[in-house]
Design a protein around this ligand. Structure first.
Ligand code: 3PG
Length: 221
């Protein structure tokens, strides 16, 4: 595994986990029931300035949505989220995902994600979980569930002993607190589902998604 970027195949791929976080201040966390919505949704997010898109593997449509975004929205960097089983990692890579995100991490899941050669953001909520990943050279992580696990005070505290870790806090992050998270030195970007409200996706209201994305994309960090 490449110590610097959470990828074991950095020579073959240009994107690192840190690079995924650098793409935009916010990674939209997307739940899609209908793969037909994937391409217009991704275009709206990209038009708003958000290139990294995490499609969660929570619905039967998710893998097909990743396939379509990868094929039809070249400016998007589509990733798979809710990677919870080792087999999810390879299936996501085969669908065209360019990064992987998990809500937590086990040794088997870490090995499976690393084996794809894709950059990945493994989820942590405690210092011990972060330390276990650091032992393998991983320094880019998702902090989940951010608000429930201690939020901004927790990230400030952990930044003392573990200043090298860059987090993507997700879970309870939204327009009201995203800027405060992004102001922390150990936050690379934040993630959240607020960019793609279920009713807007159902209605195909891509203009609303684009506007939400544009507001998020303009957040300073
Ligand atoms: C995730 O999978 O990262 C979270 O479910 C997103 O959390 P949110 O819905 O609170 O943004």
């Amino acid at each position: 595994m490449n110590a610097a970027d959470n990828s074991n195949d950095a020579g073959a791929r240009d994107l690192t986990a840190a690079g995924v976080m650098d793409l935009a201040p916010v990674i939209p966390v997307v739940v899609l029931d209908d793969a037909d919505a994937a391409v217009p949704l991704a275009r709206a997010l990209v038009a708003g300035g958000l290139r990294a898109i995490e499609v969660t593997l929570r619905t039967p449509a998710a893998l097909e949505a990743i396939v379509r975004i990868a094929a039809e929205v070249p400016d998007a960097v589509v990733g798979a989220g809710t990677v919870v089983r080792p087999e999810d990692a390879e299936r996501s890579a085969a669908a065209g995902a360019r990064f992987l995100v998990s809500p937590g991490c086990t040794s088997r899941l870490q090995v499976a994600m690393a084996a794809t050669g894709l950059p990945f953001l493994p989820g942590v909520a405690t210092a011990s979980e972060a330390l276990a990943l650091m032992e393998d050279g991983i320094t880019a992580m998702k902090f989940f569930p951010a608000e429930a696990a201690g939020g901004i005070p927790y990230l400030k505290s952990i930044g003392g002993p573990l200043p090298r870790i860059r987090f993507c806090p997700t879970g309870g992050v939204g327009p009201g607190n995203a800027a405060d998270y992004l102001a922390l030195p150990n936050v690379g970007c934040v993630g959240g589902s607020w960019l793609t409200p279920a009713d807007a996706v159902r209605a195909g209201d891509w203009d609303r998604v684009r506007k939400l994305a544009a507001e998020a994309g303009a957040l300073p960090r």
